[in-house]
Design a protein around this ligand. Structure first.
Ligand code: ATP
Length: 201
């Protein structure tokens, strides 16, 4: 399994569709300051499910859509598509697919669309898919400038969270949180139901 290519359209400084292929081994992206190198990394984080404007280096999410310049008018949506080589397969659910394609789209009106292998899905489905592999935008799967030194300075608790991410434990923690919330809601509903029953009796 490896990242095969990333296609970017309308995202930050990319008004035209750009395809960046990644061959096995090391791929370097070079260019002058402000050319958009870090925007490629932001595109990868975004398609993996990042939601925080700060982590994507924008004030608000609408700033992710190409805003226009002297050569090209602004565009109506941003799209990032990531193609993952899936041979040998790592996801049981997609074991028959030699490639897994993740697509995220965001429109100026605030609407979002998510797809796995062209099938509409939820953002959560994409986030969980990568959490299973210990890949998420908070872990050290993606290392920003200055983050190596940050790792050395992590507290023991923060370091544990990082290791849990790597081991794929975070997915279960999130599911546990959600289950607890649902349980609490069900308990509250039961109390209300009992009150109604008492009134009827
Ligand atoms: P450096 O080497 O300085 O870190 P870089 O190559 O990593 O630079 P980026 O930070 O990726 O550059 O890109 C910055 C450029 O992206 C700026 O020119 C900025 O104007 C442009 N940009 C960011 N968001 C948008 C947007 N929504 N619409 C148009 N241009 C954008």
């Amino acid at each position: 399994m490896f990242l095969k290519k990333i296609e970017i359209y309308g995202f930050k400084s990319f008004p035209y569709k750009v395809t960046i292929p990644f061959s096995p081994g090391i791929t370097g992206i070079v260019g002058p300051n402000g050319a958009g190198k870090s925007n490629v990394l932001d595109a990868i984080k975004w398609v993996l499910g990042e939601q925080s404007p700060k982590k994507l280096r924008v004030k608000e999410l609408s700033d992710l859509i190409f805003a226009g310049n002297e050569d090209k008018k602004k565009v109506d949506f941003a799209e990032v598509r990531m193609t993952i080589n899936h041979d040998p397969p790592v996801w049981e659910k997609y074991k028959d697919f030699p490639e897994v394609v993740i697509t995220r789209r965001f429109y100026r009106n605030g609407e979002s669309e998510f797809f796995i292998n062209q099938k509409p899905c939820r953002l959560k489905d994409i986030q969980f898919l990568f959490l299973e592999l210990g890949i998420n935008t908070q872990s050290y799967s993606i290392i920003d400038q200055g983050e190596v030194s940050k790792f050395i300075e992590l507290s023991p608790k923060e370091r544990r969270i990082f290791l849990e991410d790597l081991a794929g434990v975070s997915k279960f923690k999130i599911t546990e949180e959600e289950t607890k919330k649902n349980l609490k809601l069900t308990e509250e509903n039961l109390i209300r139901l009992n009150d109604v029953l008492k009134e009827v009796e």
